[in-house]
Design a protein around this ligand. Structure first.
Ligand code: NAD
Length: 437
């Protein structure tokens, strides 16, 4: 591992200053099969990325700058653009090291390629990651406005090879700030012609996923089932409402935020909701006595420590990257007879909701609703049934099957703009993007 990747993002920013670097990139060359850095000094990071077998998967280009105000590292990770521009949300998060920062972007952008392809969207995969500078206040609206406007500048400068959206740590106001300096964003507020907060559609998609899994395993309807929900935020909270509309017998839920727990208890006081406040890192809800487990908080919660404790027969939730190790933990769940619905199959509605904003909106949009239908070949329901059937027939665990399907679909070229993202990236390199600003 290179030394630079061990630095905290703030230390890395200081290093960049010393080197008089403000913008930099890492770009994959498919002919030489190597990752090239914009600056010689950063080549050790390119080599670290290239040699990584876990999160790196021939990502087409990674572009970064340091903001002019508030010393914040901002990045756009473009994974694959065969089906169109790289699309996926931008995350605002704190990272202990550059390695953690880079790994998150690599992993999440690869995941977006798969999610978009399996959803039948004509988009490639990408992700934005902004490393929160712990010395600045996260919730200050003026600081946020400045940071997100500068993020828009980054996206404008990379000419649309990546189109952003809302993600963990960001909200529609942030998207409006990005929109003030670039057209390459979605999830902007309704009053500016966007689709707004995607969490409600995401929760609807998770309900579809659970119902598909129940149908596949001949377990009937949601009515009468006991469901455990980890995380009662934007998606989890809405999902709990939908579960009661589906007449589940009981919901066991938790969150680390006492206000959220209290709010939902009040809203659902007539329902059988057992909601508790837990400490961060307390994953005891995963061992709850229930039929269905629905992770809607953070990733990496399915691992060798938690899987043996799971009592649910079905795991299906919105949280991204639930498997700590996608191969090992997929296999472990499979061996334990737990039906795992890969997150990127069931949590697609956020990106579906915003991906095609430029095509306008229709009441009860048929383009949107078909994803939630039982019939359309790329609907959540049909895609999950296809994956679970192949899993049963081949003996391969579901995430492995879904990844195989996704990687095939994501290599198909957009009928008009296939690989345009790669072409844009090549033009940025040729025009010495990193020397401008
Ligand atoms: P959110 O931040 O609104 O909600 C997450 C909730 O989880 C928060 O209330 C937080 O306090 C809680 N939490 C964190 N750690 C916890 C823990 N250890 N135990 C219990 N609760 C914990 O985020 P969200 O928009 O609801 O998204 C939830 C998950 O779904 C995330 O992983 C996100 O990446 C994923 N996702 C969301 C969307 C969307 O449309 N919002 C789309 C796709 C995927």
């Amino acid at each position: 591992m290179s030394k630079l990747s061990d630095l905290h993002p703030l230390e890395f920013i200081n290093y960049l200053r010393d080197q008089q670097i403000n913008r930099f990139f890492f770009v994959y060359n498919p002919e030489s099969k190597t990752v090239m850095a914009s600056h010689e000094q950063l080549q050790p990071i390119a080599e670290f990325i290239q040699s990584d077998g876990r999160d790196f998967m021939q990502h087409e280009g990674l572009f970064f700058h340091v903001t002019k105000n508030y010393d914040t590292l901002q990045g756009a990770f473009v994974h694959r653009t065969c089906r169109g521009q790289g699309a996926g949300g931008v995350r605002y998060w704190q990272y202990p090291t550059m390695e953690d920062y880079l790994r998150d972007g690599l992993r999440l952008s690869k995941g977006m390629t798969r999610k978009n392809a399996l959803a039948g969207l004509w988009w490639g995969g990408g992700k934005g990651v902004i490393a929160h500078n712990p010395e600045i206040e996260k919730s200050n609206p003026e600081i946020r406005a400045s940071i997100y406007k500068e993020y828009g500048d980054l996206l404008t400068s990379i000419r649309g090879c990546y189109v952003t959206a809302e993600d963990v740590g960001t909200n529609v106001d942030d998207m409006a700030n990005i929109f003030s300096s670039t057209r390459f964003t979605t999830c902007i507020p309704g009053h500016l012609g966007g689709s707004g907060n995607p969490s409600v559609p995401t929760a609807r998609g998770v309900i579809c996923g659970i119902e598909a899994a129940l149908e596949f395993s001949d377990e009937g309807a949601l009515a009468g089932k006991i469901v455990a929900v980890q995380g009662m935020g934007n998606v989890g909270g809405r999902l709990i409402h939908y579960l009661f509309e589906k007449k589940v017998a009981r919901v066991i839920a938790c969150d680390i935020n006492p206000e959220i727990v209290e709010q939902l208890k009040i809203q659902l006081q007539n329902e059988d909701l057992e909601a508790k406040v837990v400490k961060s890192g307390d994953d005891s809800i995963l061992a709850a006595d229930c039929d269905i487990l629905t992770p809607c908080a953070t990733g990496a919660i399915l691992n060798p420590r938690t899987i043996p404790e799971i009592k649910a027969r079905i795991v299906c939730g919105a949280a991204n990257n639930q498997l700590e190790d996608s191969e090992r933990d997929d296999q472990l769940l499979h061996e334990d007879g737990i039906l795992y619905v890969p997150d990127f199959l069931t949590n697609r509605m956020g990106i579906v909701n915003c991906a095609n904003e430029q095509y306008g909106f229709i009441t009860k949009d048929p383009f949107f609703e078909k994803h939630l239908s039982r019939e359309w070949e790329h609907s959540i329901h049909q895609t999950i049934l296809r994956v679970l059937k192949e899993s049963r027939e081949t003996g391969n665990p579901p995430a492995k099957v879904a990844i195989r399907m996704a990687d095939e679909l994501s290599s198909k070229h957009h009928p008009i703009f296939g690989q345009r993202g790669r072409q844009i990236i090549e033009s940025l390199v040729a025009d010495k993007w990193h020397e401008r600003r």
